[in-house]
Design a protein. Structure first.
Lengths: 311, 474
């Protein structure tokens, strides 16, 4: 029971991170109907920029709680801006000229861009993993059980609290943007019918650019949190995290924002429980098999609309 | 969708670009380049004294930012000139395209036989350069392996229009089939005597096993289309790789399979024994003889791939593939069995990868899961894309370009002089492959060889230039 509870906490934490990345996939797919294959790598870039900023400011977590938190907010802002610059440029260079080209063109271009980002970071920063001492430490014990095998403690670390709370805040802000602002309205309009939206005076190009910027900013937050949670990053983390987040987006229903978050948490839980109760080596196989199963058996996802094919 | 209309708008804007606008554009470019290159190039994280420290490289970052801004300035100036010129030349474009297509086919008629003769003669040409002989033939083998993989993938992506990102999985199946059968099972089943023949016996088995896997993996994804299919095939490719790494008892895990027997000349080993190849033919034994033999093996395998593909294109199944690529719904309404069509495309593509995999295993003598990662799939896909989806000769050109490219990076000693200490230009090669994929999609989405022979034609054979083909469907 205690073991289960601990895995539940870990799974939700991991799932929140996947959910934040998944939002970027689901928004882009909703509007222009393509998989932004490079999105996972934008998440990785966000993580790397965070590492650089953390070292540059000399943040070690030794100072007070307030100072550390303030510094982390500064770091995350920098990471968000730079990741947004990346994603905006990617859209302009690699995707926008291909709108209206043949079906596979944007996807192939996106795969190329993903390789470019990975290799760029590998060449510029080196291929070795980058470990750093934990910055946010401490936590609390929720439950404790003493048995003949020793004692098992269910722990909720401060980092886990930060991750879940940040995700909740971001989701609230983001939902407000989508449902309450004119930008959100424009976005929803483009999602429904891009041509009609442009006829009604919506700047479609600008809306798409902003979608990419928002997606990248959320991915950058996820990048920093992922790094702080695991304490290590490398140029390749975006590949796996990206596929899992995409699975989350599809599972929740592509195009649906609450679906992305829900899907993220489900994927996080599946991965954590698989590692805990079965084999840790095959946890990625579990995630990939989940992706295949979802796409094959319920391609519309949990909260998505069924796709209607027009001839 | 909004593509063409948008382009003309850009044209007008660019023609009317004032210096102030240009300055603004350059400023935006500068800021973006600074954001993208500044932190990641200018501040390098290195491990020192137990923790990560930053190494500052401002010169690098600013040099690259300056280069980006300069390129942008040039493209703005050049773009204005080109747009103005294009406006005048527009009416002639269609006629020009037809003329171009005509010359392309005449040229193409001689190209394929010339290349074939060149390929057959390569080992003899290499003999003229004794100190480089081995290297030339090795390169030839590498190019031909990629040509074969490209041709195999072309069946799936180029003809049937199914984007397969896990193609390397079938390559792995072929390699492991040969590796495991020849090192572990054949000696146990048939005794050591079979080993010289192992390659030729296993080759068809490896092909069949790979084709079987192609069907197994193809079956669940039949209902998926386009990018969903791509992601699922990618997932399957990764699953196979993870299983290869973790199934220690069967595959040897990360250590791979070693001591895979080298091929023999139909039973005659390449060594200095009395029954060996050299002794039988009265030659002095040299290591190059085996390399040349390997070269011809892969050449024959690649030619078989090409021959089978060309023949299949003329059969109903090949026509069905191409119809499927253009429009799946129309295909189904015409009564084409899309299930069988897709499965055969997967199976045949996978079979060729299986052959290539066996060859890879016998050539290397050692295989490990590391050789079958996603980047390998992406390289093969880049070759097919670069060559023009569906074009056989384009794949050859693209394989030569990409492998040549890799080699050029290895040879560029002058680059080593300007790059930082200890930096190997070989590291840049995957970066270049990625960039090539993006650039090709932007400027030449139909690849290097854009003209395609129609498989069916009325009275006269006309090449269809890609400029005239609507790009609505893939």
């Amino acid at each position: 029971m205690e073991y289960f509870l601990q895995q539940l906490i870990n799974g939700i934490t991991l799932g929140s991170i996947y959910g934040l990345i998944a939002i970027g996939y689901t928004m882009v797919y909703g509007i222009i109907g393509m998989i932004n294959f490079a999105h996972g790598d934008v998440f990785m870039v966000g993580g790397f920029v965070s590492v650089i900023a953390l070292i540059m400011f000399g943040i070690t977590g030794g100072g007070g709680v307030f100072i550390t938190l303030l510094a982390l907010i500064l770091v995350v802002l920098i990471a968000m801006i730079i990741a947004a610059a990346f994603n905006w440029t990617i859209e302009r260079l690699a995707y926008r000229p291909l709108r209206g080209s043949f079906r596979l063109a944007p996807l192939i271009s996106a795969i190329g861009m993903s390789i470019v980002l990975q290799e760029f970071v590998r060449v510029a920063q080196g291929g070795r993993p980058k470990p750093l001492q934990p910055i946010v430490t401490g936590g609390m014990e929720i439950m404790k059980r003493t048995s003949e095998n020793g004692e098992f403690v269910v722990r909720l670390s401060n980092m886990q609290i930060i991750i879940v709370i940040t995700t909740l805040i971001l989701m609230a802000i983001f939902t407000a943007i989508i449902t309450r602002t004119s930008l959100g309205r424009a976005q929803r309009a483009c999602e429904q019918d891009m041509k009609m939206a442009s006829l009604l005076g919506i700047d479609v190009d600008k809306t798409i650019s902003i979608t990419f910027i928002i997606g990248a900013a959320l991915a950058a937050v996820a990048g920093l949190m992922f790094f702080l949670y695991y304490g290590v990053t490398d140029f390749y983390v975006g590949f796996l995290a990206g596929i899992k987040a995409f699975t989350a987006a599809v599972l929740g229903g592509i195009g649906s924002l609450p679906g992305a978050m829900l899907g993220g948490i489900i994927i996080g839980l599946i991965e954590t429980f698989w590692s805990a109760y079965f084999t840790v080596e095959y946890k990625d196989v579990a995630a990939f098999a989940m992706l295949a199963a979802v796409l094959i058996f319920m391609p519309q996802g949990i909260l998505g609309r069924p796709e209607v094919e027009k001839v | 969708m909004a593509g063409p209309a948008k382009d003309t708008k850009i044209t007008q804007e660019q023609v009317a670009l004032t210096p102030a606008e240009m300055a603004k554009d350059l400023l935006v470019t500068f800021l973006l380049a600074l954001a993208i290159l500044g932190p990641l190039v200018g501040l390098r994280t290195t491990s020192g004294s137990g923790t990560l420290i930053l190494e500052y490289r401002p010169l690098w970052a600013f040099g690259m930012v300056a280069a980006v801004v300069a390129v942008r300035l040039l493209s703005l100036l050049y773009g204005m000139g080109k747009m103005a010129a294009q406006g005048r030349a527009a009416p002639q474009t269609a006629a020009l395209a037809t003329a171009k297509a005509k010359t392309a086919i005449d040229w193409g008629k001689f190209l394929a036989p010339t290349l074939l003769v060149l390929a057959v003669a390569l080992p003899f040409i290499a003999m003229l350069f004794p100190q480089m002989e081995r290297r030339i033939v090795d390169l030839g083998i590498l190019v031909l392996t990629y040509v074969m993989l490209g041709w195999g993938l072309n069946v799936v992506v180029g003809l049937a229009g199914l984007l397969d990102l896990g193609y390397v999985a079938f390559y792995a199946v072929g390699a492991y089939s040969y590796g495991l059968l020849a090192t572990r099972y054949f000696p146990a089943w048939f005794g050591e005597g079979i080993l010289p023949w192992a390659f030729f016996v296993t080759l068809p088995i490896a092909g069949i096993l790979a084709a079987l896997w192609g069907m197994i993996l193809g079956f669940p994804v039949l209902r998926l289309r386009g990018d969903y299919l791509a992601i699922v095939t990618l997932a399957f490719g990764e699953i196979i790789r993870i299983v290869l790494i973790n199934w220690m008892d069967f595959t040897g895990g990360p250590n791979g399979v070693s001591g895979i027997p080298r091929p023999s000349f139909f039973g005659l080993p390449f060594d200095d024994s009395p029954g060996g190849f050299a002794a039988t033919f009265g030659l002095s034994p040299k290591p190059i003889q085996r390399i040349v033999f390997l070269y011809y093996v892969i050449l024959v395998l690649a030619l078989i791939t090409n021959y089978v593909t060309m023949k299949l294109r003329k059969l109903p199944i090949g026509r069905a593939w191409e119809a499927l690529r253009e429009d799946e719904i129309a295909c189904r309404s015409l009564g084409i069995n899309t299930t069988n069509t897709k499965l055969t495309a997967f199976a045949i593509g996978a079979m060729f990868a299986g052959f290539a995999g066996s060859f890879f295993a016998t050539r290397q003598g050692f295989i490990s899961p590391e050789s079958f990662n996603f980047l390998e799939s992406a390289t093969i896909l880049a070759i097919v894309v670069l060559g023009g989806l569906g074009s056989q000769i384009g794949v050859v050109a693209a394989a030569v370009v990409i492998v040549g490219f890799f080699e050029v990076f290895r040879e560029m000693n002058f680059l080593k002089a300007i790059l930082p200490e200890g930096f190997d230009p070989v590291q840049l090669r995957m970066l270049a492959v990625g960039l090539a994929m993006v650039l090709i999609m932007r400027w030449k989405p139909r690849g290097l060889v854009t003209s395609r022979d129609p498989t069916v034609y009325l009275k006269e054979k006309k090449a269809v230039s890609a400029d005239l083909v609507g790009e609505g469907h893939g």
